[in-house]
Design a protein around this ligand. Structure first.
Ligand SMILES: Nc1ncnc2c1ncn2[C@@H]1O[C@H](COP(=O)(O)OP(=O)(O)OP(=O)(O)O)[C@@H](O)[C@H]1O
Length: 243
């Protein structure tokens, strides 16, 4: 069953200068997919447009059967979209527990405590220190808190924009271990990443975006040998391949 469907998406900051230029793909429920591409290709812009944070000029975004094109991000959350932005994804002056409580406001009152407890179960690092200020956490723990906030509402699809940005190799490993557990729990994952090797190891499928267009869509193992990826990143190969 399709979890996320993007069809003919044009998006960006100025309708005369679209950054995302006619991208289409479907993601099946439970799939884990990387979105890769050179700097400036439009990966973040595309994921933000899907998440309702950047204008869509043409095309459609569907979550399951529901057309959510152009919906504001808080409506998208209610429709089952979880999005973890690259920065400013937690409230640093509030505690871990307060961060979770704010995210839980979107849920019916009766469900809030149970979902917060479920997130603390899932993230033992956070459960060990619920009263600690989020601003005092390591970069990796911050990403875990941001993911826990997004997962609180039990999204159908969890999208993350460069969760490993700025982290040391050890913390990158921790974040990807966490993402693997989230994926194994059945959550559909969409991941924009610069850390190509870690992303390809985690996800079974990769999309490559070059100059706002989909240059490749296929199983991650086809990109493990860096030659094709190098050619795609340099714009020397543009054929879509879904094999
Ligand atoms: N807020 C903004 N307003 C106007 N243009 C923007 C904005 N954010 C990004 N852009 C432009 O959109 C283009 C694509 O940027 P985007 O961040 O989506 O690429 P990316 O593939 O995610 O790159 P990177 O891997 O370097 O993060 C760039 O030319 C960038 O300058």
């Amino acid at each position: 069953m399709t979890a996320l469907s993007v069809a003919g998406l044009h998006a960006g900051y100025d309708p005369d200068l679209p950054i995302v230029k006619g991208v289409s793909f479907d993601i099946t429920r439970g799939e884990a997919v990387s979105i890769l591409g050179p700097n400036g290709a439009g990966k973040s812009t595309m994921i933000k447009a899907i998440a309702g944070l950047v204008p869509c000029f043409a095309g459609h975004v569907r979550l399951g059967q529901t057309d959510v094109t152009g919906l504001a991000s808080h409506h998208l959350v209610r429709n089952g979209m979880g999005f973890v932005p690259q920065t400013e994804n937690i409230f640093t002056r509030l505690t871990i527990l307060e961060n979770l409580q704010i995210a839980a406001q979107l849920l019916p009152k009766a469900e809030r405590a149970g979902r917060i407890a479920a997130m603390l179960d899932m993230f033992p690092d956070l459960a060990a220190r619920p009263g600690e200020l989020a601003g005092a956490l390591s970069g990796g723990q911050r990403q875990m808190l941001a993911a826990a906030r997004a997962l609180l509402t039990e999204p159908q699809v969890l999208m993350l924009d460069e969760p490993s940005a700025g982290l040391s190799p050890k913390l990158v490993g921790q974040v990807f271990d966490t993402l693997r557990r989230i994926s194994e729990a059945g959550v559909t994952l969409v991941l924009v990443e610069q850390n190509v090797r870690a992303a390809l190891t985690l996800t079974e499928r990769a999309l490559v975006l070059v100059d706002g267009k989909l240059a490749h869509d296929g199983p991650s193992e086809t990109l493990h040998d860096g030659k094709l990826l190098g050619e795609l990143f340099l714009g020397h190969r543009t054929a879509e391949a879904r094999t």
